[in-house]
Design a protein around this ligand. Structure first.
Ligand SMILES: Nc1nc2c(c(=O)[nH]1)N[C@H]1C(S)=C(S)[C@@H](COP(=O)(O)OP(=O)(O)OC[C@H]3O[C@@H](n4cnc5c(=O)[nH]c(N)nc54)[C@H](O)[C@@H]3O)O[C@H]1N2
Ligand SMILES: Nc1nc2c(c(=O)[nH]1)N[C@H]1C(S)=C(S)[C@@H](COP(=O)(O)OP(=O)(O)OC[C@H]3O[C@@H](n4cnc5c(=O)[nH]c(N)nc54)[C@H](O)[C@@H]3O)O[C@H]1N2
Ligand SMILES: [Mo]
Length: 894
C-alpha cells in the first residue's frame, strides 16, 4: 500500500493514496467533474480538456496531473466552469442533437445536463452511418467523439486490439482494425467498448441501449455471473420486469468493471420460446404438461417405491454446478437424510475432481492455493492445459495484461491459441503427456539447483524418492515422450526456476486424462520445489475451475464420499457432526460416482435417478452408454431450463429458474463466496431448484428445515468448521469472502498455508508418480488424436448460448485440422467431415489451420447435434473417475 497524502479540494481536506491523479482526488471529495477521455480502468490520456481544474494556481487537466501532498485544488470557480463548458461545447458542436436528447442515458448527455448545455449546442448532422452487423455491438459513427476510450479498453483491459481510430481531425472515428464490418472483426464481444463509450456511439442494441456501468442505473440488482467460475460481479438493470442490460460492476472484486460475451450479453436464453415453463410428465412416448403438485406427488411416490423395493442405494442424484450453494446443500441433505443414500455427485467429476484429489494429497485442501489478485502479481506465469482467453475471458484478459506488462509467460498446450500466442515459451506436449513434461521440468530445476532447499527441508516431504524418480526424466527422454524440444523444456524450467514470484495456473488439459490426478500432483511438485506455495516466494498452483459454482457444489457436499465442508463419509466423527445438526442418521457407505451411476443404470440396480442441471446425454463421455443407462433406469427426473438431450429421456421434467431468477450464493475459482440475487422472476411456472427439492421432500413427509436460502447456508456453516464465518448477511455487507473463513468476524483466507499445510503432518508432499501413457493411442485404423475443449462464444452443452445472439457469433462445432492432415485426408476448409472413433461418430465442419499440430485434431462440444461425446471414450482418471475427454483416437471420413 502506498502512503496516504492530504490534498484540499474546494477548501475541503481529502486523504488519498499517493500516486493518484487529481481527478481521483476530486472524485474522492465527492465533486463531480466531467472527464470524457478518462476511464478509471485506463491510463489517463488528457486529450479532451473537460476536466480542467486549478491546482496551486495552475490550470491543469485533472486526469493527467498527479495529486501531491498539500495541493490546493479549485474545481468550481466561474472561470473554470466557463472553460469546461467551452471544452464540452466544442466537442458537442459536431454532434447531432439526439446526442443530447433528454432521454439519452449517456455520460456525455449527463455531463451536458450538469453544465447546462442544451441540445441546441449540438450543431452537427447525421451522415457518417452506422455498423449494425454485430449481434451485441452497434456503432453509430455520428455520435463518436474520437475520445479513444474504446480503443484503449480493447487494448489495455481486454487485450484484443480489435479497434482503432481512423480519419483526421473532426472526421476521426472508431473502426474495427481489420476494416470491414464489425461482425467480421477480431471483436470477442466483451462489451468493454460499449461500457466505456461516453456518448452511446458504441452501444448494445435493445432495451438497454446506451446504459453503461459508468453511469449508475436505477433498478439495478447486484449479482454474480452464472456462467463460468471467474465470478464476475454484475449489475442487472431491470425494466418492466425483464433484463434490459447486464453491466459489469466497476467494484467487482474479480472483474473490476470487465465482463465477457456470456455474462454481459448471453441472457437471451431466458425468454427463448423453448424455455420450460411447466412441469412435464411422460405418458407413453410423450412428455405432457402437468401441474407442479401432480409432478411432485409422482416423483415422491416413485422414489418411495424404489427405496421400498430395492433400498435407498437404488436411488441416485446428480447435482448441478450451475445451481447455487444452497440448492446443492439442500439436494445432498435430501438424498442423505430423506432417501438415505450417499449417491450424489456433481459435474466436478467431469472436470476438476482430479484437482480436488491432487491438491488435497499435495497440500491438504481442495481449492487453489492463492488468490487471483496475487497470481496477477507473479513475475512468471506457467499456464498449463488452460485456455483462459476463451474459457475464463476476464481472467484471461488479466493474465494477458500481466504478460504485456512484462511477466514471463510459459504456456503448455498442444494448441497454439489464446495466451500461447504471447508466450515467451510455448511448450506443445502430445496430449496426455503432462506427467512426463512436469517431471522433465522438475529434472532441470533439480539438476540446475533452481530449488528452494530450505523449503524442501522444513516444509515438504518426499524429496529423496522424488529425486530418484525424476532422475529418470532427463530432457532428451521427456522430448521423446512429449514431443517438446529439449531446448524449450530447459528454457521453460529456467524461467520458472529463476523467477522471484512464479505462479501456476492450469485447466482441463491437466485433469481430463486417464492420469489427471497424477498430472495435478506433478504440476504441484514444481511449486513445491520452488517453495512457491504458502510463502511470499510465489503464488502456488491454481486450477481455473469451470462452472460458476463447481467449487461450491463440492464445498456443499454434493459428492458421494464427502459431507458438507469435506468431512469424510467414512469418518464416524464427521458423520456424527452432521447427524447432530440434522437430527437424522447419515448413511455410512460412500455413494456412487457419476460413471458408476450409469453403470448401475445399465446393470439394472439403479431404480430412480434425479438429474439437476446437467445435460449428461450431451456432455458426459461415450453418449451411447449414457443413453442406455437412462433408458434402463425405470424412473428419471430432470430439472432443466430447456428440453435438453437428457430431458428427452426423463419421466418427469421440472422447469427450473436460472441464475438471474433466484437467490443464493456461488463460490468462484479463487474460493470466494459471493451473492446471487433475484433480478427477474422465472418464466411461467419455472421454480428454483431449492423450491423443487423442498417440495419433493415435503411430499415424502420430510421437512428439510432451512426454508430460505440464507438458512441453508447458515446450517451448512454450522456443519463445517472451516466455513463457520460465512453467511448471507456477511456477504451482503462485504461483497466477497474467500474460504477458509472459520470466524464470523475474522477475515477469509485468500492465500493458503502460510503457517503450515493442511496435510496430517503439516508438510507439502512431493508426488512420485511415474508417467503412464493415455488410455487411447492412435493406430493404423484411428490415426489422429482428438482433443476436445471450448471456444469463447458458447458454453458447455450450449443450452443457453445457442439460444440468443451468440449463435450469430459461432453457429457450429468446428474440427480444427492441420493443413498436412487435411491434405492427406482430402479435407477442405469449411466443408463437413465425419469423425469416427472406436465408440461412435460425429459430424463437424472442418477448419484447416495451424493452431493444431499434425496428427492432432481439436473440436468443441457446444452443439449436441454434432455428437462429439459419441466419440469420447469411457476411460476415466484412475483416482477420481474424471473422463479422458482430452485424448480420443479418431479417423476421418467424408
Ligand atoms: N466460453 C466458454 N467458457 C467456459 C466453458 C465453455 O464451455 N465455454 N466451460 C467452463 C467449464 S465447465 C470449464 S471446466 C472451463 C474449462 O476451461 P479450460 O480448462 O481452459 O478448457 P478446455 O478448452 O477444455 O481445455 C484447455 C486446454 O487444454 C489443452 N490440452 C488438451 N490436452 C492437453 C494435454 O495433454 N496437456 C496440456 N498441457 N494441455 C492440453 C487444450 O488444447 C485446451 O486449449 O471453462 C469454463 N468456461
Ligand atoms: N467432449 C467434452 N465433453 C465435456 C468436456 C470437454 O472438455 N470435452 N468438459 C466437461 C466439463 S468440464 C463439464 S463441467 C461438463 C458440463 O456439462 P453440463 O453440466 O451438462 O453442461 P452445462 O451446459 O453447463 O449445463 C447443464 C444444464 O444445466 C442447465 N441449467 C443451467 N442453469 C441451471 C439451473 O440453475 N438449474 C437447473 N436445474 N438447470 C440449469 C442448462 O440448461 C444445461 O442443459 O461438460 C463436460 N463435457
Ligand atoms: Mo467444467
Amino acid at each position: 500500500m502506498g502512503s496516504v497524502i492530504r490534498v484540499e479540494v474546494d477548501g475541503v481536506d481529502v486523504d488519498v493514496s499517493e500516486g493518484v491523479t487529481l481527478l481521483s482526488a476530486v472524485q474522492s471529495a465527492g465533486v463531480e467533474l466531467p472527464a470524457l477521455c478518462s476511464d478509471e480502468r485506463l491510463r489517463p490520456a488528457g486529450s479532451c480538456r473537460t476536466c480542467l481544474v486549478r491546482s496551486d494556481a495552475r490550470l491543469v487537466a485533472a486526469c493527467v496531473t498527479p495529486a501531491t501532498p498539500g495541493s490546493r485544488v479549485l474545481t468550481a470557480t466561474d472561470d473554470l466552469r466557463e472553460l469546461r463548458r467551452e471544452a464540452v461545447e466544442v466537442i458537442v458542436s459536431a454532434l447531432p442533437p439526439r446526442a443530447l436528447a433528454a432521454s439519452n442515458p449517456s455520460e456525455l448527455a449527463h455531463v451536458c445536463r450538469s453544465l447546462g448545455i442544451g441540445p441546441d449546442a449540438a450543431g452537427g448532422t447525421d451522415g457518417r452511418g452506422s455498423d449494425d452487423s454485430h449481434p451485441y455491438v452497434t456503432l453509430d459513427r455520428d455520435l463518436c467523439i474520437a475520445c479513444g476510450r474504446c480503443v484503449r479498453v480493447c487494448a489495455d483491459v481486454q487485450g484484443t486490439f480489435a479497434l482503432t481510430l481512423i480519419g483526421r481531425g473532426a472526421d476521426t472515428v472508431v473502426a474495427p482494425g481489420t476494416g470491414g464490418p464489425w461482425a467480421d472483426s477480431d471483436c470477442v464481444s466483451c462489451g468493454g467498448c460499449v461500457d466505456s463509450c461516453p456518448t452511446g456511439a458504441i452501444a448494445a442494441p435493445g432495451p438497454g441501449r446506451g446504459l453503461t456501468s459508468g453511469v449508475p442505473s436505477d433498478g439495478a440488482v447486484r449479482t454474480t455471473c452464472g456462467y463460468c467460475g471467474v465470478g464476475c460481479s454484475l449489475d442487472v438493470v431491470v425494466r418492466d420486469g425483464d433484463v434490459a442490460a447486464v453491466l459489469p460492476a466497476r467494484d467487482g472484486p474479480v472483474n473490476r468493471g470487465h465482463a465477457c460475451v456470456k455474462g454481459r450479453f448471453a441472457h437471451g436464453y431466458r425468454l427463448s420460446p423453448d424455455r420450460l415453463t411447466q412441469p412435464l410428465m411422460r405418458r407413453g412416448n410423450l412428455l405432457e404438461p402437468v401441474e407442479w403438485d401432480t409432478a411432485v406427488r409422482h416423483i415422491a411416490d416413485r422414489f418411495s417405491a424404489a427405496v421400498h423395493a430395492a433400498g435407498p442405494n437404488a436411488v441416485a442424484a446428480i447435482s448441478s454446478a450451475r445451481a447455487t450453494n444452497e440448492e446443492n446443500y439442500l439436494f445432498q441433505k435430501f438424498m442423505r437424510t430423506v432417501i438415505g443414500t450417499n449417491n450424489i455427485d456433481n459435474c466436478s467429476r467431469l472436470c476438476h475432481a482430479p484437482s480436488a484429489a491432487g491438491l488435497v494429497a499435495s497440500f491438504g485442501l481442495s481449492g487453489g492455493t492463492d488468490s487471483f489478485d496475487d497470481v496477477e502479481r507473479a513475475d512468471c506465469l506457467l499456464v498449463v492445459g488452460a485456455n483462459p482467453v476463451e474459457a475464463h475471458p476476464v481472467v484471461g484478459a488479466r493474465l494477458l495484461q500481466s504478460a504485456l506488462r512484462g511477466a514471463k509467460l510459459i504456456v503448455a498446450d498442444p494448441r497454439a491459441v489464446g495466451l500461447a500466442l504471447h508466450a515467451d515459451v510455448h511448450l506443445r506436449p502430445r496430449p496426455g503427456t503432462n506427467v512426463a513434461l512436469c517431471h522433465g521440468l522438475a529434472h532441470v530445476l533439480l539438476a540446475e539447483g533452481l530449488v528452494d532447499e530450505r523449503f524442501l527441508r522444513d516444509r515438504a516431504g518426499g524429496l529423496p524418492e522424488f529425486g530418484a524418480l525424476v532422475a529418470d526424466y532427463p530432457p532428451e527422454r521427456v522430448a521423446s515422450i512429449t514431443g517438446v524440444p529439449t531446448a524449450d523444456l530447459i528454457s521453460a524450467a529456467r524461467l520458472y526456476g529463476r523467477a522471484l514470484r512464479p505462479a501456476i495456473v492450469y485447466g482441463l488439459g491437466v485433469t481430463e486424462h486417464l492420469h489427471g490426478t497424477d498430472g495435478v500432483r506433478s504440476l504441484a511438485n514444481l511449486a513445491i520445489l520452488r517453495g512457491a506455495v504458502g510463502t511470499d516466494r510465489g503464488f502456488g498452483i491454481n486450477p481455473l475451475r469451470g462452472q460458476n459454482n463447481v467449487q461450491g457444489a463440492s464445498d456443499m457436499g454434493a459428492l458421494p464420499d464427502l459431507l458438507p465442508g469435506y468431512g469424510k463419509i467414512a469418518d464416524p466423527a464427521a458423520r456424527a457432526r452432521a447427524e447432530a445438526v440434522w437430527g437424522l442418521p447419515v448413511p455410512a457407505r460412500p455413494g456412487l460416482r457419476i460413471p458408476e451411476m450409469f453403470a448401475a443404470g445399465r446393470s439394472g440396480t439403479l431404480r430412480a435417478l434425479w438429474i439437476m442441471g446437467e445435460d449428461v446425454c450431451a456432455t458426459d463421455p461415450d453418449t451411447e452408454n449414457v443413453v442406455q443407462a437412462l433408458q434402463a433406469c425405470p424412473f428419471v427426473v430432470v430439472s432443466e431450463l430447456f428440453p435438453s438431450e437428457t430431458a428427452r429421456h426423463a419421466d418427469v421434467v421440472l422447469p427450473a429458474a436460472s441464475w438471474l431468477e433466484k437467490d443464493g450464493t456461488f463460490v468462484n475459482l479463487d474460493r470466494r463466496f459471493q451473492r446471487v440475487r433475484t433480478a427477474v422472476q422465472p418464466p411461467g411456472q419455472a421454480r428454483s431448484d431449492f423450491e423443487a427439492v423442498h417440495a419433493v421432500a415435503a411430499a415424502m413427509d420430510a421437512d428439510l428445515g432451512c426454508t430460505a436460502p440464507a438458512d441453508a447456508l447458515a446450517e451448512w456453516a454450522r456443519l463445517a468448521p472451516l466455513f463457520a464465518g460465512i453467511s448471507h448477511a456477511r456477504l451482503d455487507r462485504e461483497g466477497a469472502v474467500p474460504w477458509p473463513c472459520p470466524h464470523p468476524d475474522g477475515p477469509g483466507t485468500a492465500k493458503l498455508y502460510r503457517e503450515r499445510f493442511a496435510t496430517p503432518d503439516g508438510l507439502a508432499h512431493l508426488a512420485s508418480v511415474p508417467y503412464l501413457p493415455p488410455g487411447e493411442e492412435p493406430d493404423a485404423d484411428y490415426p489422429l488424436v482428438l482433443v476436445t475443449g471450448r471456444s469463447w462464444a458458447h458454453y458447455n452443452s450450449g443450452s443457453m448460448t445457442r439460444r440468443g445472439g451468440n449463435l450469430g457469433l459461432d453457429a457450429v462445432d468446428h474440427l480444427d485440422i492441420h493443413p498436412d492432415d487435411a491434405g492427406r485426408h482430402g479435407v477442405h476448409d469449411g466443408e463437413p467431415v465425419t469423425v469416427e472413433s472406436r465408440h461412435g461418430r460425429a459430424r463437424l465442419l472442418a477448419r484447416v489451420g495451424r493452431s493444431v499440430s499434425p496428427g492432432q485434431v481439436f473440436c468443441t462440444f457446444h452443439f449436441p447435434a454434432s455428437g462429439v461425446n459419441r466419440l469420447t471414450s469411457d476411460r476415466i482418471d484412475t483416482v477420481t473417475s474424471c473422463p479422458e475427454y482430452k485424448v480420443t483416437a479418431v479417423r476421418l471420413t467424408m
